[in-house]
Design a protein around this ligand. Structure first.
Ligand SMILES: C=C1C[C@]23C[C@@]1(O)CC[C@H]2[C@@]12CC[C@H](O)[C@@](C)(C(=O)O1)[C@H]2[C@@H]3C(=O)O
Ligand SMILES: O=C(O)CCC(=O)C(=O)O
Ligand SMILES: [Fe+2]
Length: 353
Protein backbone atom coordinates (compact mmCIF):
# COMPACT_ATOMS: atom_id res chain seq x y z
CA UNK A 1 0.00 0.00 0.00
CA UNK A 2 2.88 2.35 0.60
CA UNK A 3 3.56 4.34 -2.55
CA UNK A 4 6.34 2.56 -4.44
CA UNK A 5 8.93 5.25 -4.15
CA UNK A 6 8.51 5.59 -0.40
CA UNK A 7 10.88 3.73 1.87
CA UNK A 8 9.34 1.11 4.17
CA UNK A 9 8.67 2.14 7.73
CA UNK A 10 11.53 -0.06 8.95
CA UNK A 11 13.97 2.04 6.95
CA UNK A 12 12.41 5.11 8.30
CA UNK A 13 14.07 5.32 11.65
CA UNK A 14 13.99 9.10 11.52
CA UNK A 15 10.19 9.24 11.62
CA UNK A 16 9.14 10.07 15.11
CA UNK A 17 6.53 8.05 16.89
CA UNK A 18 4.30 9.05 19.75
CA UNK A 19 2.00 7.37 22.23
CA UNK A 20 -1.43 6.29 20.95
CA UNK A 21 -4.21 8.75 21.65
CA UNK A 22 -7.93 8.66 22.28
CA UNK A 23 -10.59 8.26 19.56
CA UNK A 24 -12.61 10.81 17.59
CA UNK A 25 -13.54 14.01 19.38
CA UNK A 26 -17.12 15.04 18.74
CA UNK A 27 -17.14 18.43 20.45
CA UNK A 28 -15.42 20.48 17.77
CA UNK A 29 -17.60 23.56 17.15
CA UNK A 30 -19.42 23.31 13.83
CA UNK A 31 -20.26 26.71 12.37
CA UNK A 32 -22.87 27.10 9.67
CA UNK A 33 -21.78 30.33 7.98
CA UNK A 34 -25.38 31.10 6.99
CA UNK A 35 -26.68 30.82 10.55
CA UNK A 36 -27.50 34.22 12.11
CA UNK A 37 -25.64 33.18 15.26
CA UNK A 38 -22.49 32.25 13.35
CA UNK A 39 -20.48 35.36 14.34
CA UNK A 40 -20.84 34.79 18.05
CA UNK A 41 -20.14 31.09 17.69
CA UNK A 42 -16.95 31.73 15.70
CA UNK A 43 -15.59 34.08 18.37
CA UNK A 44 -16.48 31.58 21.11
CA UNK A 45 -14.68 28.83 19.18
CA UNK A 46 -11.59 31.01 18.65
CA UNK A 47 -11.44 31.68 22.39
CA UNK A 48 -12.15 28.18 23.54
CA UNK A 49 -10.35 26.01 20.96
CA UNK A 50 -8.70 28.20 18.33
CA UNK A 51 -10.29 25.73 15.95
CA UNK A 52 -13.66 25.05 14.37
CA UNK A 53 -15.34 23.36 11.45
CA UNK A 54 -17.14 25.43 8.82
CA UNK A 55 -20.14 24.16 6.86
CA UNK A 56 -22.36 25.94 4.35
CA UNK A 57 -19.20 27.77 3.31
CA UNK A 58 -19.95 28.38 -0.35
CA UNK A 59 -16.82 26.68 -1.76
CA UNK A 60 -17.97 24.16 -4.31
CA UNK A 61 -17.21 20.48 -3.88
CA UNK A 62 -16.28 20.46 -7.56
CA UNK A 63 -13.32 22.83 -6.93
CA UNK A 64 -12.16 20.73 -4.00
CA UNK A 65 -12.39 17.47 -5.93
CA UNK A 66 -10.74 18.86 -9.03
CA UNK A 67 -7.71 19.99 -7.06
CA UNK A 68 -7.61 16.80 -5.03
CA UNK A 69 -7.52 14.71 -8.18
CA UNK A 70 -4.71 16.88 -9.65
CA UNK A 71 -2.78 16.50 -6.40
CA UNK A 72 -3.25 12.73 -6.40
CA UNK A 73 -1.97 12.59 -9.99
CA UNK A 74 1.11 14.59 -9.01
CA UNK A 75 1.92 12.47 -5.96
CA UNK A 76 1.63 9.31 -8.11
CA UNK A 77 4.44 10.49 -10.43
CA UNK A 78 7.79 8.68 -10.22
CA UNK A 79 9.96 9.98 -7.40
CA UNK A 80 12.61 11.35 -9.77
CA UNK A 81 10.00 13.50 -11.48
CA UNK A 82 8.58 14.82 -8.23
CA UNK A 83 12.08 15.57 -6.98
CA UNK A 84 12.55 17.88 -9.94
CA UNK A 85 9.93 20.13 -8.37
CA UNK A 86 12.01 20.44 -5.19
CA UNK A 87 13.55 21.41 -2.89
CA UNK A 88 10.84 23.37 -1.07
CA UNK A 89 13.13 26.33 -0.25
CA UNK A 90 11.15 28.42 -0.12
CA UNK A 91 8.52 26.79 -2.40
CA UNK A 92 8.26 23.51 -4.28
CA UNK A 93 8.16 19.76 -3.60
CA UNK A 94 9.34 18.35 -0.31
CA UNK A 95 9.58 14.77 0.90
CA UNK A 96 9.81 13.81 4.58
CA UNK A 97 11.83 16.87 5.55
CA UNK A 98 9.70 19.68 6.94
CA UNK A 99 11.25 23.14 7.14
CA UNK A 100 14.97 23.91 7.30
CA UNK A 101 15.83 22.66 10.80
CA UNK A 102 15.78 18.88 10.77
CA UNK A 103 12.08 18.10 11.26
CA UNK A 104 10.82 15.01 9.48
CA UNK A 105 7.46 13.35 8.95
CA UNK A 106 5.70 10.61 6.98
CA UNK A 107 4.61 13.16 4.41
CA UNK A 108 5.40 14.55 0.98
CA UNK A 109 4.09 17.92 -0.09
CA UNK A 110 3.97 20.86 -2.46
CA UNK A 111 4.34 24.29 -0.96
CA UNK A 112 3.33 27.39 -2.93
CA UNK A 113 3.21 31.08 -2.42
CA UNK A 114 -0.31 32.26 -3.24
CA UNK A 115 1.37 34.97 -5.25
CA UNK A 116 0.17 33.83 -8.64
CA UNK A 117 3.27 34.81 -10.54
CA UNK A 118 5.32 32.56 -8.35
CA UNK A 119 3.00 29.65 -8.92
CA UNK A 120 3.16 30.00 -12.66
CA UNK A 121 6.90 30.60 -12.85
CA UNK A 122 8.55 27.99 -10.72
CA UNK A 123 6.41 25.38 -9.11
CA UNK A 124 4.25 24.58 -12.08
CA UNK A 125 6.95 24.17 -14.68
CA UNK A 126 7.16 20.61 -13.40
CA UNK A 127 3.74 19.51 -14.47
CA UNK A 128 5.02 18.93 -17.96
CA UNK A 129 1.88 17.39 -19.39
CA UNK A 130 -0.67 19.81 -18.21
CA UNK A 131 0.65 22.65 -16.09
CA UNK A 132 -2.34 24.82 -16.98
CA UNK A 133 -4.91 22.41 -15.56
CA UNK A 134 -3.04 22.22 -12.28
CA UNK A 135 -2.45 25.97 -12.16
CA UNK A 136 -6.14 26.67 -12.74
CA UNK A 137 -7.20 24.17 -10.11
CA UNK A 138 -4.85 25.75 -7.53
CA UNK A 139 -5.80 29.31 -8.42
CA UNK A 140 -9.55 28.72 -8.42
CA UNK A 141 -9.39 26.80 -5.17
CA UNK A 142 -7.16 29.34 -3.40
CA UNK A 143 -9.31 32.27 -4.54
CA UNK A 144 -12.50 30.62 -3.29
CA UNK A 145 -10.99 29.58 0.04
CA UNK A 146 -9.41 32.99 0.56
CA UNK A 147 -12.83 34.60 0.10
CA UNK A 148 -14.41 32.23 2.58
CA UNK A 149 -11.62 32.90 5.11
CA UNK A 150 -12.02 36.66 4.55
CA UNK A 151 -15.73 36.32 5.29
CA UNK A 152 -14.92 34.48 8.53
CA UNK A 153 -12.40 37.22 9.45
CA UNK A 154 -15.02 39.90 8.85
CA UNK A 155 -17.53 38.04 11.00
CA UNK A 156 -14.91 37.98 13.78
CA UNK A 157 -14.41 41.74 13.41
CA UNK A 158 -18.18 42.34 13.52
CA UNK A 159 -18.63 40.28 16.64
CA UNK A 160 -15.69 41.98 18.39
CA UNK A 161 -17.00 45.37 17.20
CA UNK A 162 -13.72 46.15 15.49
CA UNK A 163 -13.82 48.78 12.79
CA UNK A 164 -13.30 48.69 9.92
CA UNK A 165 -14.62 45.16 9.55
CA UNK A 166 -11.97 44.38 6.93
CA UNK A 167 -9.16 45.03 9.40
CA UNK A 168 -7.99 41.41 9.01
CA UNK A 169 -9.41 40.48 5.63
CA UNK A 170 -7.67 43.41 3.89
CA UNK A 171 -4.34 41.83 4.90
CA UNK A 172 -5.30 38.56 3.21
CA UNK A 173 -6.68 40.24 0.10
CA UNK A 174 -3.67 42.56 -0.25
CA UNK A 175 -1.74 41.71 -3.40
CA UNK A 176 1.42 41.65 -1.29
CA UNK A 177 -0.16 39.29 1.26
CA UNK A 178 2.42 36.70 2.27
CA UNK A 179 0.03 33.76 2.17
CA UNK A 180 0.95 30.14 1.45
CA UNK A 181 -0.80 27.14 0.06
CA UNK A 182 0.20 23.59 0.82
CA UNK A 183 -0.78 20.19 -0.56
CA UNK A 184 0.19 17.38 1.81
CA UNK A 185 0.19 13.68 0.98
CA UNK A 186 0.53 11.15 3.80
CA UNK A 187 1.11 7.77 2.14
CA UNK A 188 -0.92 4.87 3.48
CA UNK A 189 0.89 2.38 5.63
CA UNK A 190 0.57 -1.32 4.84
CA UNK A 191 -1.29 -3.63 7.17
CA UNK A 192 1.88 -5.38 8.35
CA UNK A 193 3.69 -2.12 8.99
CA UNK A 194 0.68 -0.77 10.79
CA UNK A 195 0.58 -3.86 12.98
CA UNK A 196 4.28 -3.46 13.72
CA UNK A 197 3.90 0.11 14.97
CA UNK A 198 0.73 -0.69 16.88
CA UNK A 199 2.42 -3.67 18.58
CA UNK A 200 5.11 -1.28 19.73
CA UNK A 201 2.25 0.87 21.08
CA UNK A 202 3.18 3.91 18.99
CA UNK A 203 1.80 6.06 16.18
CA UNK A 204 3.70 7.31 13.15
CA UNK A 205 3.93 11.08 12.99
CA UNK A 206 2.99 12.51 9.59
CA UNK A 207 3.36 16.17 10.53
CA UNK A 208 4.68 16.93 14.01
CA UNK A 209 2.89 19.12 16.52
CA UNK A 210 3.03 22.85 15.90
CA UNK A 211 1.05 26.07 15.67
CA UNK A 212 0.71 27.87 12.33
CA UNK A 213 2.59 31.20 12.38
CA UNK A 214 0.18 33.08 10.08
CA UNK A 215 -3.14 34.79 10.89
CA UNK A 216 -5.56 32.03 10.00
CA UNK A 217 -5.47 28.70 8.13
CA UNK A 218 -8.13 26.61 6.40
CA UNK A 219 -7.61 22.84 6.10
CA UNK A 220 -9.57 20.58 3.78
CA UNK A 221 -8.74 16.91 3.40
CA UNK A 222 -10.02 13.76 1.78
CA UNK A 223 -12.10 11.55 4.01
CA UNK A 224 -9.15 10.18 6.00
CA UNK A 225 -8.37 10.52 9.68
CA UNK A 226 -5.05 11.85 10.92
CA UNK A 227 -5.50 15.44 12.03
CA UNK A 228 -5.34 15.88 15.80
CA UNK A 229 -5.64 18.91 18.05
CA UNK A 230 -4.34 19.48 21.54
CA UNK A 231 -6.99 20.42 24.13
CA UNK A 232 -6.38 22.79 27.05
CA UNK A 233 -5.45 19.91 29.34
CA UNK A 234 -2.80 18.80 26.82
CA UNK A 235 -4.77 15.73 25.64
CA UNK A 236 -4.54 14.96 21.93
CA UNK A 237 -7.84 14.21 20.23
CA UNK A 238 -8.64 13.15 16.66
CA UNK A 239 -10.63 15.40 14.38
CA UNK A 240 -13.30 13.29 12.61
CA UNK A 241 -12.63 13.77 8.87
CA UNK A 242 -15.17 15.55 6.71
CA UNK A 243 -14.25 16.16 3.09
CA UNK A 244 -17.17 18.55 2.54
CA UNK A 245 -16.03 21.00 5.23
CA UNK A 246 -13.14 23.23 6.23
CA UNK A 247 -11.32 23.23 9.53
CA UNK A 248 -10.27 26.73 10.50
CA UNK A 249 -7.22 27.20 12.61
CA UNK A 250 -6.25 30.39 14.43
CA UNK A 251 -2.59 31.25 13.72
CA UNK A 252 0.06 32.85 15.97
CA UNK A 253 -0.38 36.25 14.36
CA UNK A 254 -4.07 36.64 14.93
CA UNK A 255 -4.40 39.25 17.52
CA UNK A 256 -5.37 38.48 21.01
CA UNK A 257 -7.78 40.38 23.24
CA UNK A 258 -7.34 41.09 26.85
CA UNK A 259 -4.98 40.38 29.71
CA UNK A 260 -7.64 39.06 32.11
CA UNK A 261 -8.76 36.50 29.57
CA UNK A 262 -5.17 35.55 28.89
CA UNK A 263 -4.67 34.94 32.60
CA UNK A 264 -7.77 32.76 32.67
CA UNK A 265 -6.49 30.72 29.73
CA UNK A 266 -2.69 30.91 29.97
CA UNK A 267 -1.90 29.60 26.53
CA UNK A 268 0.73 31.16 24.39
CA UNK A 269 -1.01 32.55 21.41
CA UNK A 270 -2.16 35.33 19.28
CA UNK A 271 -0.77 38.75 19.10
CA UNK A 272 -3.40 40.78 17.30
CA UNK A 273 -6.01 40.02 19.94
CA UNK A 274 -3.46 40.36 22.76
CA UNK A 275 -4.20 36.93 24.18
CA UNK A 276 -7.93 36.45 23.68
CA UNK A 277 -7.84 33.96 20.85
CA UNK A 278 -5.95 30.76 20.93
CA UNK A 279 -3.53 29.42 18.31
CA UNK A 280 -3.78 25.78 19.11
CA UNK A 281 -1.25 23.04 18.60
CA UNK A 282 -2.14 20.45 16.02
CA UNK A 283 -0.43 17.53 14.29
CA UNK A 284 -1.12 14.74 11.83
CA UNK A 285 -0.67 11.04 12.55
CA UNK A 286 -0.03 9.00 9.45
CA UNK A 287 -0.85 5.50 10.50
CA UNK A 288 -3.78 4.79 8.30
CA UNK A 289 -4.44 2.11 5.70
CA UNK A 290 -5.76 4.90 3.48
CA UNK A 291 -3.59 7.76 2.24
CA UNK A 292 -4.46 11.26 3.35
CA UNK A 293 -4.41 14.25 1.02
CA UNK A 294 -4.89 17.66 2.60
CA UNK A 295 -4.90 21.19 1.20
CA UNK A 296 -4.18 24.10 3.47
CA UNK A 297 -4.47 27.81 2.85
CA UNK A 298 -2.34 29.85 5.28
CA UNK A 299 -3.50 33.47 5.32
CA UNK A 300 -0.64 35.80 6.16
CA UNK A 301 -0.22 39.59 6.05
CA UNK A 302 2.18 41.53 3.79
CA UNK A 303 5.79 41.21 5.00
CA UNK A 304 6.07 44.77 6.31
CA UNK A 305 2.81 44.62 8.31
CA UNK A 306 3.15 45.33 12.02
CA UNK A 307 1.70 42.61 14.21
CA UNK A 308 0.33 44.44 17.24
CA UNK A 309 -2.89 44.27 19.25
CA UNK A 310 -5.80 45.93 17.52
CA UNK A 311 -6.29 49.26 19.34
CA UNK A 312 -10.05 48.77 19.52
CA UNK A 313 -9.54 45.59 21.50
CA UNK A 314 -7.37 47.25 24.14
CA UNK A 315 -8.79 48.87 27.24
CA UNK A 316 -7.49 52.32 28.06
CA UNK A 317 -3.99 52.02 29.51
CA UNK A 318 -3.80 48.33 28.66
CA UNK A 319 -0.42 47.28 27.30
CA UNK A 320 0.45 44.80 24.64
CA UNK A 321 1.77 41.53 26.01
CA UNK A 322 4.16 41.39 23.07
CA UNK A 323 7.06 43.37 21.73
CA UNK A 324 6.29 45.15 18.51
CA UNK A 325 7.31 43.24 15.40
CA UNK A 326 6.57 42.95 11.72
CA UNK A 327 5.40 39.78 10.01
CA UNK A 328 8.77 39.69 8.24
CA UNK A 329 10.60 39.66 11.59
CA UNK A 330 8.30 36.99 12.98
CA UNK A 331 8.64 34.82 9.90
CA UNK A 332 12.43 35.08 9.89
CA UNK A 333 12.51 34.08 13.52
CA UNK A 334 9.99 31.24 12.92
CA UNK A 335 12.18 29.73 10.23
CA UNK A 336 15.02 29.43 12.75
CA UNK A 337 12.84 27.32 15.04
CA UNK A 338 11.94 23.64 15.08
CA UNK A 339 8.39 22.71 14.17
CA UNK A 340 7.24 22.07 17.75
CA UNK A 341 8.84 25.17 19.31
CA UNK A 342 6.82 27.93 20.93
CA UNK A 343 7.70 30.66 18.44
CA UNK A 344 5.72 33.44 20.04
CA UNK A 345 7.50 33.17 23.38
CA UNK A 346 10.50 35.03 21.94
CA UNK A 347 8.21 37.98 21.33
CA UNK A 348 6.52 38.12 24.72
CA UNK A 349 7.48 41.21 26.72
CA UNK A 350 8.25 39.21 29.80
CA UNK A 351 9.76 36.20 28.05
CA UNK A 352 12.26 35.19 25.39
CA UNK A 353 15.22 37.49 24.83
C1 LIG B 1 10.01 23.70 10.90
C2 LIG B 1 9.41 24.60 10.18
C3 LIG B 1 8.47 24.28 9.05
C4 LIG B 1 7.69 25.57 8.91
C5 LIG B 1 8.80 26.57 9.10
C6 LIG B 1 9.44 26.08 10.39
O1 LIG B 1 10.76 26.54 10.60
C7 LIG B 1 8.52 26.48 11.55
C8 LIG B 1 7.06 26.70 11.08
C9 LIG B 1 6.62 25.63 10.05
C10 LIG B 1 5.30 25.97 9.38
C11 LIG B 1 4.05 25.36 10.05
C12 LIG B 1 2.81 25.81 9.27
C13 LIG B 1 2.97 25.72 7.75
O2 LIG B 1 2.86 24.36 7.34
C14 LIG B 1 4.34 26.27 7.30
C15 LIG B 1 4.41 26.35 5.76
C16 LIG B 1 4.57 27.60 7.94
O3 LIG B 1 4.35 28.70 7.50
O4 LIG B 1 5.15 27.41 9.17
C17 LIG B 1 5.44 25.45 7.96
C18 LIG B 1 6.90 25.79 7.60
C19 LIG B 1 7.43 24.94 6.45
O5 LIG B 1 7.00 23.79 6.25
O6 LIG B 1 8.31 25.46 5.75
O1 LIG C 1 -2.09 18.02 6.58
C1 LIG C 1 -2.85 18.44 7.45
O2 LIG C 1 -3.99 18.03 7.60
C2 LIG C 1 -2.39 19.56 8.38
C3 LIG C 1 -0.97 19.95 8.09
C4 LIG C 1 -0.57 21.19 8.81
O3 LIG C 1 -0.96 21.42 9.93
C5 LIG C 1 0.33 22.14 8.15
O4 LIG C 1 0.73 21.88 6.99
O5 LIG C 1 0.63 23.19 8.76
FE1 LIG D 1 -0.46 23.41 10.62
Amino acid sequence: MVVLSQPALDDFSVIKTCKPTSGPFNEIPVIDLKNPKAKARIVEACEEFGFFKVVNHGVSMELMEKLESEAVKFFKLPQSQKDRAGPPNPFGYGNKRIGPNGDVGWVEYLLFSTNLEFISQKSLSIFQKNPEVFRCAVNEYVSAVREMVCEVSEMIADELKIEPRNVLSRLLRDEKSDSFFRLNHYPAISFSELQAVRVSGRNVVGFGEHTDPQIISAVRSNNTTGLQISLRDGAWVSVPPDHHSFFINVGDSLQVTSNPILLKFPVSSLVMTNGRFRSLRHRVLADSLKSRVSMIYFGGPPLGEKITPLPSLMDEGEESLYKEFTWCEYKKSAYKTRLGDNRLRLFEKNGGN
